[in-house]
Design a protein around this ligand. Sequence first.
Ligand SMILES: Cc1cc2nc3c(=O)[nH]c(=O)nc-3n(C[C@H](O)[C@H](O)[C@H](O)COP(=O)(O)OP(=O)(O)OC[C@H]3O[C@@H](n4cnc5c(N)ncnc54)[C@H](O)[C@@H]3O)c2cc1C
Length: 413
Amino acid sequence: MKKIVIIGGGIIGLCSAYYLQESGCSVTVIDKSTMRSGASFVNAGFLTPSHFSPLAAPGMIRKGLQWMLDPKSPFYVKPRLDLDFLKWSWLFYKSSTKAHVQQSIRPIKNINLLSTELYKDMLNVTDMQFQLENKGLLMCFKTPEAAEEEIKLSKIALKEGLNVQYLNKTELQKLQPKANYNALGAFHYLCDSHMTPGNFMETLKKHLHQKGVIFKTDQEVISLERKGDEIHKVRTKTHTFEADEFILAAGSWSPYLAKHLSINIPVQAGKGYCINTKQETGITIPAILVEAKVAVTPMEHFTRFSGTMEIAGINHRINPVRVQSIAAAASKFYTGFHLSEAEQKEAVCGLRPVSPDGLPYIGKSSHIKNLTFATGHAMMGWSLGPATGKLVEEIILEKKPSMDILPFSPDRF
Ligand SMILES: Cc1cc2nc3c(=O)[nH]c(=O)nc-3n(C[C@H](O)[C@H](O)[C@H](O)COP(=O)(O)OP(=O)(O)OC[C@H]3O[C@@H](n4cnc5c(N)ncnc54)[C@H](O)[C@@H]3O)c2cc1C
């Protein structure tokens, strides 16, 4: 029986644990937190084959520079004299090409589709009951400029075989009669689904616990010790862990841990916020409010508004201006709707682990024989959890991977 240690108990670490324990491995998950907060809990819960275009794309640098001057903008990069940040920025710039976007569409789409199927399979496991709704995703726009951009994307989506339909204002109102949309129209990506992340995380933790996965919470890994080309031990302040195989799934913290092994894995934290409301919104289909880049999700018993991408290092400070801009977008797109001050005060944040080219790192390290990377999923980590977990299991147990993993190589930079 292979002994596995997974560093990080977010969606990626837990999905890796799921498939490895299913294949008979003995699995320990180590997390520095109590595993009740962070990106894997505050996200919008979208499963997104529709998000096939990477963040690093032509025009993003220009847009980013404009947005940097606007404190309410949905995307913000804080300039810093930090070598890792400067390297990451250079790689982002180099990846922002048409050729890179074209090369990335297929792998991103395919891994999203694989993951959606795997989430559906999990519903067949007796103790794994959770919300998974396939009502699609509405890309709602207010301006002709945004409509034009969405038309271009929908054409690529159709070419890629994704199910997407155009809705004019009247059709959008008819589809969401109680939501009072104030938008020109929308593209409805019927290929997408949604979930309630916090509930799923609890269900998965319980399932894994019952199956014998060991959780070590409040245990921060402070060193990874190498003997030749293998990891020998990982240490927390109070414990030492040995295993046959180690998985680095520590989200935005992964590059700091990789440094213990002299490995460079470019990842920057991309902070995002969410505001939950129990008000009757009339929203039953998830949406993205395109101009504001705000995601809206009808979750179990509440609606979540989430957004912003702040690349400003590792911190969990809540910037009230950005929270207010999410709330303002909600009022602009839904006539008569307001997120209250109290709801805005309850806003929480999480850090997306953002790779510079918009593709995750999934694969064995070429430097360390018994280390597998599973990180860098940026805005798609929720969607890609099960596919990543499955691929990690296949890599470690030397099975044929369910899809081509070369685009996700941790050695690509
Ligand atoms: C507002 C917002 C909305 C989003 N919406 C979506 C969406 O709709 N769809 C989608 O697919 N994705 C979405 N995302 C992105 C998604 O949430 C992330 O990509 C995903 O949660 C990353 O998961 P992870 O397991 O890699 O990292 P995390 O969830 O950050 O987990 C990493 C874990 O590692 C632990 N850790 C770190 N360092 C150590 C250490 N030294 N020792 C032990 N443990 C350690 C941390 O405590 C943490 O629990 C969103 C993110 C945000 C913030």
